[in-house]
Design a protein around this ligand. Structure first.
Ligand code: SF4
Length: 743
C-alpha cells in the first residue's frame, strides 16, 4: 500500500514543497504540493527525481573506518572512537588551527547542517574554516557586511511586484535562483513580463533566461563591476539619483560620486564590449522605472572584482531609491531570525581579523578561502602549523575547489580526516572515517538559511517522511557526536550538545532588555520547549524567540513549533516589508555607501578599464538537472542535454578548426583537460563554457553511474591563485584558457 508524505525539497535553493509517494519505506514518486504556501505546486525535474536521489544504491548505509589503509565497514561506536583518537592528538599537539573544517553547500539544505557546524567550529576554536561560500557568494556577504554592517543582510529582488528587473550573471531558468529563494522563478519572471514589466539580462551566454528577456546584453566576462560603476556614474552625471525614503539612512553620497568619477560609460564600454549609449540607457531605464531591482549572482561574484560588483548592485538599488521598498529589493525577515533589536549603531563588519598562514589571505566572515586549503595543508612556513587533520561535512572540494589535483595529494598527506558524507566520493575517499547521514526522506527539513533570502516571508517544517532505517543514525546525532568527539567529551550524551545551546541561548535572552523573555527564569523556559528531539526543541526555541514568535507567552498568537506542525503546508507570513533602519548594524547606524575597504579596492577596478587580455576566456554554466557533483550519480539527472562539453562559438570554432563533437584540449594556469566541443552560438565569441562538478574519474570512489560518465573537472584549469582580494572568493569566470584541437 502506498501513502503520501510532505517534504520540502532539499535539492536547490527554491525550497519547493513536495508530496512524496511512499511504498513501504521507499519513495516512489514526487509531485509539487499544490497547497504549499510558497511553491504552490511547482516542481522541477530534480524535485521529480527525489525518489531516485533518495534511493541511490551507492549511498553509504553505515560508517567506514580505515584499517590497514582500506576503508572498511564499522559500527558507529568504532567510528566515533576512531574520530576521537584521530582528532584529539592533533589538537593537543599542534593547537586548534591544525584542525581544518570544510563545509560544503548541502549543509545549507539540512536541519542538522544549519544547527551543528557553528557549534563544532566554536567548540574546536579553529580559525581554519573553509566553506563553499568562497567558491560562490562570499562577495555578496562582504559587500552586505560593509554596506549594512551585517554580512547576512542581503536584499532580494521583490520579484512578484517589481516592474523592472536587471538580472546579471544569473540563470534562474536553469538554477531556480540563488541568494533569492523563489519557487517557480521562471513563472515569476513570466508574470513580471505579463504585467508589463521589463526584464534585462546581462550574461556572456544566451541562456534560457536571456532568451526570455526583453533585452540581452552579452557582456565580456568579468566586467560586470565596470558596467555597474558606469551606470552609477550616469545616474550622478545626469542628475538621476533619487534616494527617496532612503535619504535619512544613507551616508557617503558625495564621496561615492567622486569615487566613481572615472567610470564614465565611454571608459567602461570597450572593456565590457558594450556601447556607451547602451550603458546610459540601462541607467536611465532603471531610474525611470516606477519600481526596479538589480539582482546579480554567480557570474558577477566569481570574478576578480566580485565584491565591488556585489556592492554596486546595492548601490544602484540605493541611488534609484529602490532599496527597501515594495517592488525594489528588500530584506526578508525569517521566522528564525533573532529578535529584531531596536535601530541604532552596531558593531560594524570587520575583514581580516586574521590571515591565512601561507598566502596571508584575510579572513572574511570567519572563513579562509577554499582556494587556500591545499597550501594550508601542504606548505610549511616559519609561523604556525599546517592543517594536519580535517573535518569535511558534505564537502567535495577535490571537485569544487581550484586545482583539485593538488588538493587530492594534500588530503592524502593528512594525519587524520573525517568526512560526513553520504557518498564515497573524490574527497571522502581520503578520509580515515566516513560518517554517512541518512537519505533526505529519513531527515526533517527546515530552511534556516534560505528563508532569510526568500522573496516572500513564510515558514515551513517537515518531519522525516520515512523512519530511520535500522543501522542509520540521524544527521543531527552524527554531528552532535562529532562535536563531542572533536572536543574530548566523546561518550557523553549527544543530547547534551542541544541542551548546552538551549541553555546558552536562553541565558542570553533573559539578560537582553529587548527580548520578550527578559528577566524570566531560563530553566522554566527550557522546560516549556516542545519537540520530539533536540533539533526540534532548538527550532521551537528559535521560532518562539523570533520576530513572529510567541515569546513564550508574551505574544500568545505567535509562532511555536506546535503551531507550525499544525500547518503542514507552511504558514505564509506575508510579502516582504520595508525594514530600514532596523537591519543596519554599521557603526554609524546608516547605510555606509563607500566603506573604506571598497574605496581601497577601486583603483584596481580603475586599472581594469584598460585591461583586455587576448585570447579565449572560460565561464561556467548550469543545467536544470544538475546542482552539485553528487547529483551526477543519478541516471535520471544526467544524459540528454546535461553533458560535460565545452561550448564554443562557431566563429572561434572555425578559427581554431574545432569540430562539433570532437575532443579539444583546454589548458589553463592549473592544468589541462580533454573534453568534447559543442559548437553553439549560445555563447558569445571569445568565450568558452564548461559546467562544474564533473570529473568523476578518480579511483577509490563508489559513484558507479558518475564514474561511467565522468566528464572533466573545470576547476583543474585553475591554479588557485586568482581570488577576489576582499572576499577571498575564487575567480571561476573570465579565466584565460587556450583551446587546441586534437587531431
Ligand atoms: S526547483 Fe529546486 S527546490 Fe524546487 S523541485 Fe526543483 S530542485 Fe527542488
Amino acid at each position: 500500500m502506498s501513502r503520501t508524505a510532505l517534504r520540502i525539497c532539499p535539492l536547490c535553493e527554491a525550497t519547493c514543497g513536495l508530496t512524496l509517494t511512499i511504498e513501504g519505506t521507499r519513495v516512489t514518486g514526487a509531485r509539487g504540493d499544490r497547497d504549499d504556501v510558497f511553491s504552490k505546486g511547482f516542481i522541477c525535474p530534480k524535485g521529480a527525481a527525489f525518489g531516485a536521489v533518495d534511493g541511490d544504491p551507492d549511498r553509504l548505509r553505515g560508517p567506514l573506518v580505515r584499517r590497514d589503509g582500506i576503508l572498511r565497514e564499522a559500527t558507529w561506536e568504532e567510528a566515533f572512537d576512531a574520530v576521537a583518537a584521530g582528532l584529539r592528538p592533533v589538537v593537543e599537539r599542534y593547537g586548534p588551527d591544525a584542525v581544518g573544517v570544510v563545509l560544503g553547500n548541502p549543509n545549507v539544505h539540512t536541519v542538522a547542517g544549519g544547527l551543528y557546524p557553528p557549534v563544532l567550529v566554536g567548540a574546536l576554536r579553529t580559525r581554519s574554516l573553509f566553506t563553499a561560500s568562497t567558491v560562490d557568494q562570499m562577495p555578496k556577504h562582504v559587500s552586505s557586511g560593509l554596506l549594512f554592517g551585517d554580512a547576512h543582510a542581503i536584499p532580494v529582488p521583490d520579484l512578484d511586484r517589481t516592474g523592472h528587473l536587471l538580472l546579471i550573471g544569473a540563470n534562474p531558468l536553469e538554477s531556480n535562483g540563488s541568494l533569492c529563494t523563489a519557487p517557480d522563478f521562471p513563472g515569476r519572471l513570466k508574470a513580471l513580463k505579463a504585467r508589463g514589466g521589463r526584464l534585462t539580462v546581462v550574461d556572456p551566454r544566451r541562456t534560457r533566461t536571456a532568451r526570455l528577456a526583453d533585452r540581452h546584453l552579452a557582456i565580456r566576462p568579468g566586467t560586470d563591476a565596470l558596467l555597474l560603476a558606469a551606470m552609477a556614474h550616469t545616474l550622478f552625471a545626469e542628475d538621476l539619483v533619487d534616494l527617496k525614503h532612503l535619504a535619512p539612512h544613507v551616508q557617503g553620497l558625495g564621496e561615492l560620486r567622486d569615487a566613481l568619477a572615472d567610470f564614465t560609460p565611454e571608459a567602461a564600454a570597450p572593456a565590457c564590449d558594450l556601447d556607451a549609449a547602451v550603458i546610459r540607457t540601462l541607467a536611465r531605464d532603471l531610474a525611470a522605472a516606477d519600481t526596479a531591482a538589480v539582482y546579480a549572482r554567480i557570474g558577477s561574484c566569481t570574478v576578480p572584482h566580485g565584491t565591488l560588483a556585489s556592492w554596486l548592485v546595492d548601490v544602484l538599488n540605493i541611488l534609484t531609491g529602490n532599496l527597501d521598498r515594495p517592488g525594489g529589493a528588500l530584506f526578508p525577515q525569517a521566522a528564525t531570525d533573532r529578535t529584531p533589536r531596536p535601530a541604532g549603531p552596531g558593531r560594524g563588519f570587520q575583514l581580516g581579523r586574521w590571515h591565512s598562514r601561507v598566502s596571508k589571505h584575510p579572513e572574511a566572515k570567519g572563513e579562509l578561502p577554499l582556494s587556500a586549503l591545499a597550501e594550508e595543508i601542504d606548505t610549511a612556513t616559519d609561523e604556525g602549523t599546517p592543517v594536519r587533520a580535517l573535518i569535511a561535512v558534505a564537502a567535495n572540494p577535490v571537485l569544487s575547489a581550484p586545482d583539485g589535483d593538488r588538493l587530492d595529494k594534500a588530503l592524502a598527506s593528512l594525519d587524520f580526516m573525517v568526512s560526513v558524507d553520504p557518498y564515497l566520493n573524490e574527497t571522502s575517499r581520503h578520509a580515515h572515517v566516513v560518517l554517512p547521514p541518512p537519505p533526505p526522506s529519513q531527515s526533517p527539513h527546515h530552511d534556516f538559511a534560505f528563508n532569510t533570502l526568500a522573496v516572500r516571508n513564510q515558514v515551513r517544517y517537515t518531519r522525516p517522511a520515512v523512519p530511520l532505517e535500522p543501522g542509520r543514525m540521524a544527521e543531527s546525532e552524527i554531528l552532535a557526536r562529532l562535536v563531542l568527539a572533536a572536543t574530548g567529551t566523546d561518550g557523553a550524551d549527544p543530547a547534551a550538545v542541544d541542551a548546552m545551546v538551549i541553555e546558552q541561548t536562553l541565558g542570553k535572552a533573559v539578560r537582553d532588555a529587548h527580548s520578550p523573555v527578559h528577566g524570566r527564569d531560563p530553566h522554566d523556559l527550557a522546560a516549556r520547549l516542545t519537540g520530539d528531539n533536540g533539533p526540534e526543541r532548538r527550532l521551537d526555541l528559535m521560532l518562539r524567540l523570533g520576530p513572529y514568535g510567541d515569546g513564550f507567552g508574551a505574544r500568545p498568537d505567535g509562532l511555536t513549533l506546535r503551531k507550525l506542525l499544525d500547518h503542514p503546508h507552511g504558514i505564509d507570513l506575508g510579502p516582504l516589508r520595508p525594514r530600514l533602519p532596523q537591519p543596519l548594524k554599521t557603526r554609524s547606524g546608516k547605510v555606509e555607501l563607500l566603506p573604506e575597504p571598497i574605496a581601497g579596492d577601486l583603483p584596481r577596478l580603475r586599472r581594469a578599464l584598460d585591461e583586455r587580455p587576448e585570447g579565449l576566456v572560460l565561464v561556467g554554466r548550469r543545467h536544470l538537472r544538475s546542482n552539485n557533483s553528487w547529483m551526477h550519480n543519478v541516471p535520471a539527472l544526467t544524459g540528454g542535454s546535461n553533458r560535460c562539453t565545452l561550448h564554443i562559438h562557431p566563429e572561434d570554432a572555425g578559427r581554431l578548426g574545432v569540430r562539433d563533437g570532437a575532443d579539444v584540449r583546454v589548458k589553463g594556469a592549473g592544468g589541462a583537460v580533454v573534453v568534447p566541443a559543442e559548437v553553439t552560438d549560445g555563447v558569445r565569441p571569445g568565450v568558452v563554457s564548461l559546467p562544474h562538478g564533473w570529473g568523476h574519474d578518480r579511483p577509490g570512489t563508489r559513484l558507479s553511474h558518475a564514474a561511467g560518465v565522468p566528464g572533466v573537472n573545470v576547476n583543474q584549469l585553475l591554479d588557485g591563485s586568482l581570488l577576489d582580494p576582499l572576499s577571498g572568493n575564487a575567480v571561476l569566470n573570465g579565466v584565460p584558457v587556450e583551446v587546441v584541437t586534437l587531431l
